[in-house]
Design a protein around this ligand. Structure first.
Ligand SMILES: Nc1ncnc2c1ncn2[C@@H]1O[C@H](COP(=O)(O)OP(=O)(O)O)[C@@H](O)[C@H]1O
Ligand SMILES: [Mg+2]
Length: 264
């Protein structure tokens, strides 16, 4: 589908800076995420990737700068608020309840309630199970039994459940912070497939990963942070691994230019 030229981007971060006491974690970062776009966010350890995403989800407040959602300024006081607005984060540690079923995890905190004789309130188990099954099917995630406990799943299956959970309720943007860090190769492929399935369902994704081959294989755009500043924002089709790595290590971009000037 053609994007309406006058339509504002899904997300816009403007002039985001973040200080932790004397530590400058982010410096004047501008970033746009369009609908149905997979954005790879990369950079060395400590470059500011997680901090930027925590600001976007309301886990941290920016020291300076503003966030626009579909063209409107928003203030997320907590991840709960960004979630209500359609922004979901899948954390590295997944934050699933191992002792509960897959279906229960997908609906955790948002269980449909039914009343018996208009009086007693019950969790609607059937709706939870059917809803979970439909959702997994839609995302082409192959998990036969939604009643199975999460603790009995493989790492890749857990990741899939976390993603399904994140997208269950009309997410517009899913943020994944190192989703493949602890996975076996076969499972990584599944997660990347899920990223593409999300995009196919109209959801934008921000993918943070150290695994450059993962980022290069699914991202439409790649953004590089270096010491808290955005140093590159490139279309995947117009860049390559060598160029991205040069930005990540600071041998290309404003940091390298500043060094060259200093050294004459
Ligand atoms: N809660 C915090 N308190 C103090 N410093 C922090 C905090 N969170 C992150 N930082 C600092 O901010 C910088 C960016 O960190 P982070 O966003 O975690 O980087 P990345 O995710 O790219 O590895 C680092 O220097 C880190 O030490
Ligand atoms: Mg991080």
């Amino acid at each position: 589908m053609m994007e309406n030229a006058s339509q504002p981007p899904l997300i816009e971060l403007r002039g985001i800076s973040k200080y932790f006491g004397p530590v400058r974690a982010l410096e004047n970062v501008n970033l746009v995420v369009n609908r149905r776009q997979v954005v790879g966010l990369v950079g060395d350890n400590g470059a500011g990737k997680s901090t930027l995403m925590k600001i976007l989800t309301g886990a941290y407040q920016p020291t300076f700068g503003e966030i626009l959602l579909e063209g409107r300024p928003v203030h997320f006081a907590s991840p709960h608020e960004s979630r209500l607005a359609g922004i979901e984060m899948v954390y590295q540690d997944l934050a699933l309840a191992g002792n509960l079923s897959i279906a229960a995890n997908i609906y955790l905190g948002r269980e449909p309630i039914k009343r018996q004789w208009g009086l007693f309130r019950f969790m609607d188990e059937k709706r939870i199970e059917n809803g979970s099954r439909e959702l997994l099917e839609r995302l082409k995630i192959n998990i036969p039994n939604v009643k199975a406990r999460v603790e009995n799943l493989s790492g890749g299956q857990r990741q899939s459940v976390a993603i399904a959970r994140a997208t269950a309720f009309n997410a517009k943007l899913v943020i994944m912070d190192e989703p493949t860090a602890a996975l076996a190769v076969k499972e990584v492929a599944k997660v990347l497939e899920t990223v593409l399935n999300l995009r196919a369902h109209g959801v934008a994704v921000i993918l943070i990963s150290h695994r450059m081959q993962d980022v290069m294989s699914v991202a439409d755009r790649i953004i590089v942070l270096y010491e808290g500043a955005k140093v590159a924002d490139l279309e995947r089709s117009k860049t390559n691994l060598d160029e991205i790595v040069a930005y990540i290590v600071g041998s290309k971009g404003s940091a390298a230019q500043a060094r060259a000037v200093a050294e004459g």
